[in-house]
Ligand binder design. Sequence first.
Ligand code: NDP
Length: 450
Amino acid sequence: MEDFDYDLFVIGAGSGGVRACRIAASLGAKVAVAEERYFGGTCVNVGCVPKKLFSYAAHYHDDLQDSMGFGWQFDNLRFDWAKLKENKDTEISRLNGIYKSILDNNGVTVFEARARIKGPHEILIENKLVTAKYILIAVGGWPWIPEFPGSEHAISSNEIFSLQQLPDEIVIMGGGYIAVEFASIFSRLGCKTTLVYRGEQLLRGFDHDIRHFISTEIGKSLNLKLETDIKEITKQSNQLRVSLNSGEELGCGMVLSATGRRPLTSDLGLDTVAVETTESGAIRVNDDFQTAEPSIYAVGDVIDRVALTPVALAEGQIVARSLFSAVKPDMSYQNIATAVFCHPNLATVGLTETEAETQGYDVDIYTATVKLLKHTLSGRDEASMIKLVVDRVSDRVIGLHLVSPDAGELVQGFAVAMNSGATKADFDRTIGIHPTLAEEFVTMRTKRES
Ligand code: NDP
């Protein structure tokens, strides 16, 4: 049998890569990982975790305002960006250390350097050629900014986490997860915020009713410009001038382009092996995450299936288990719940109404628009929305959508119910918790008239 330096060489110590390393090592494999940037990948460093910390900061703005309707009074309240950034940086450094120690404690050899593939089993790292029985590519993605005059003046979500100070005015381009989340954050942290999106409603791919509803809610707290795009950015001393397709001009201190992410496959040595990529640069894999080069696997954002941290974790775990144990777990992409941390939050699991119809389901639709009890006293002009998509034949709930505070916390539990085949009748016979928004899920009796 051929001898290799390692059983598994992982490129990228983000969510998927670290999980694969840990599981493979715990199953007795000799594992190495290469990471040239930061431990924990996008999620920990310039993604989910610091974004959620910023989102908490933004929520205090609303909570403190709301508290006045409940009798609270305060003077001289002010927000200190430098303090938030410093505390965030400390927490992220702590998490980097935890990710590194997960690798060390599991006996994984860590190379803090760039790795390049040189053959089906060969990797060049720190000017040395090492060999591995299997290679796992888990290099993730990178923000992408379209080219237009002055686009070099726009920053991406990578830079937004290390701003030394906040601009007075910010223009955000895009209508996806990152655009709406940061628009909600900055509008609460004292920046005059304009969100420019080329589509009719924010968040393409989500249910159409929910898109319409969240666009209305988000439009209440910031300047929302739909069906237009940025044509040009010009810089005049420290100020930017943003020209829109609509003919309008905006002045601001910063433009954030949140226009999607691309798989990070360049300069990886893929041309030395049989690995294939798609038009968007994503690595093509089969159901077992194996590329066209049999010894090379790939998981996470670089395969561009579902670019979410928990999906990368599951994929990394599956590859490690299927290579180094007798178990061959399956990956299901059905009913993956997801949340967008805009204000209010949005969370969803299962099919949109349109997807259900396209897939041939005959559906009943239940919707409710609710004003939270809290906002009777807070006076906040904010509503919540629930939508259920029910398969008429089986009575199963096949789509569940929610716009509300902490929507992600609520929808995770419903994802379990839906994965267990919950029917509308199961929802109906469940006693609600009163007074909550969540009880609406089990009290909706009137379907929408078709
Ligand atoms: P998304 O793909 O969600 O959104 C990209 C946005 O940019 C879309 O609105 C798109 O418009 C717009 N866009 C694309 N190209 C252009 C262009 N040439 N000109 C103008 N607008 C353009 O990407 P994000 O960057 O927001 O996020 C990347 C991924 O990261 C997400 O898909 C998600 O998987 C993940 N993520 C998850 C989060 C979470 O779980 N809460 C948070 C943040 C990110 P259009 O819709 O018209 O194509």
